[in-house]
Design a protein around this ligand. Structure first.
Ligand code: AMP
Ligand code: ZN
Length: 141
């Protein structure tokens, strides 16, 4: 039995309880078009099993998901004659996650399409970056 959430709209898509514009499916993963695309061809790729965020995803699903992302990404680019492709993945509401079933956005891009990504800035002082790097590295030991 794969993990499911009865209230999850993406679990309902996996179960075919609600329709979607499906583009790919295998044993562990499914891909379909986003109903509100950034650009036409904007696809979502996700595991069929319900895991809320990327951090909840079992490592053994990662390889399969990456293979599907790559295959679907190539097909989306070809179908839309795209010049580029953005991969986007939101975790938790603070980061814009609306559906709490881990998924990746594949967004086809065209040169000069005018879409701007988030603004970048710098660190407040020279130590802030190295201290944060040390803290994160320490958590990964
Ligand atoms: P996120 O903000 O990363 O959780 O993205 C959720 C995405 O799911 C949004 O881009 C929605 O447009 C999309 N979405 C929600 N419901 C559906 C649906 N029934 N079929 C396809 N895409 C959907
Ligand atoms: Zn789900």
């Amino acid at each position: 039995m794969i993990p499911k959430d009865a209230d999850c709209i993406f679990c309902k898509i996996v179960d075919k309880a609600i329709p979607c514009a499906r583009v790919f499916e295998n044993e562990h993963c499914i891909a379909f078009l986003d109903i509100a695309p950034v650009h036409p061809g904007h696809a979502l790729v996700m595991p069929k099993a319900h895991y809320p965020t990327l951090m909840d995803l079992p490592a053994e699903l990662g390889g399969e998901l990456t293979r599907v992302l790559s295959r679907v990404g190539r097909a989306v680019m070809e179908a839309t004659a795209a010049d580029g492709l953005n991969l986007m993945q939101n975790n938790y509401e603070a980061a814009g996650q609306l559906v709490h079933h881990v998924h990746f956005h594949l967004i086809p891009r065209h040169s000069g399409d005018g879409l701007t990504l988030w603004p970048q800035s710098g660190y407040a002082n020279p130590d802030e970056m190295s201290n944060l790097a040390k803290t994160i590295a320490g958590l990964l030991e």
